[in-house]
Design a protein around this ligand. Structure first.
Ligand code: TTP
Ligand code: MG
Length: 227
């Protein structure tokens, strides 16, 4: 499927690209990755949510939703580790597509837990020290962010329909707060946060049939020509 041959005659190693797909809970990130999974020059890096649900038999995601004040640090520490693991995993194909990034875990989820008073300052400080250390000492390469922009009401409805057991009681206000943080980070570009790559914004309120057409139209930009 590849028609990208700009570098064929040079001795330079081919550049590898990393694309992170971001957006609120249930905005369609996994579906986006699945749409591109059959492209031969593309590798897909799904979010390790299964790991968060089973850390040596413990469901850190479930614990966090049951009692965020007690368990948010536990979940977010592990999320940060699993995200780092995904970022630094050796890349074998020219394009790596990743669900989320270590950045949205921090800028959206950790930030929201702290701002809403569910994570005390000291826990936020320790996570932030880890986060800053990781960014300083590891090369978190991101070449494009695809932002699946949604209305909180739309994703609230999707969450109810898909019934991931831990998420059944997520209130609309939680999704509104996460939405605002995604917007502050990727649209308003608040100086509090770092945007490491250009942002492609797609309207992900559309249903999947319509979105597939958008993905088809934009695929060469999304896959850096490897489509
Ligand atoms: P998402 O990362 O938003 O993934 P998703 O699979 O729900 O999204 P999509 O449908 O677009 O593929 O969230 C996964 C779950 O993990 C969700 O319940 C929110 C939670 N979560 C945290 O609590 N903290 C975090 O740092 C992250 C990244 C997710
Ligand atoms: Mg997903």
């Amino acid at each position: 499927m590849s028609s990208h041959n700009n570098h064929v005659c040079t001795s330079e190693p081919k550049k590898k690209f990393t694309v992170c797909v971001e957006g609120n809970i249930a905005s369609g990130k996994t579906t986006f990755l699945e749409y591109f999974k059959d492209y031969t020059d593309t590798e897909i890096n799904m979010e390790p949510v299964q790991k968060w649900r089973n850390v040596r038999g413990h469901n850190t995601l479930g614990l966090m939703y049951e009692d965020p004040s007690r368990w948010a640090l536990t979940l977010q520490t592990y999320v940060q580790l699993t995200m780092l693991d995904r970022h630094v995993a050796p890349q074998t194909k020219p394009v790596k597509l990743m669900e989320r990034s270590i950045l949205s875990a921090k800028y959206c989820f950790v930030e929201n837990l702290h701002e809403s008073g569910k994570m005390p300052d000291v826990e936020y400080a320790v996570l932030s020290e880890w986060f800053d250390w990781i960014l300083k000492h590891h090369n978190i390469n991101i070449d494009l962010i695809v932002y699946l922009k949604t209305d909180p009401e739309v994703v609230h409805q999707r969450i109810k329909t898909r019934c991931r057991s831990e998420e059944t009681a997520i209130p609309l206000e939680y999704l509104q707060a996460l939405h605002e943080l995604h917007e502050d980070w990727l649209i308003t570009k608040s100086p509090k946060f770092h945007v490491p790559a250009p942002v492609m914004v797609l309207n992900a309120n559309l249903d999947f049939t319509e979105l597939k057409e958008v993905y088809e139209q934009r695929k060469r930009d999304i896959l850096f020509g490897y489509a």
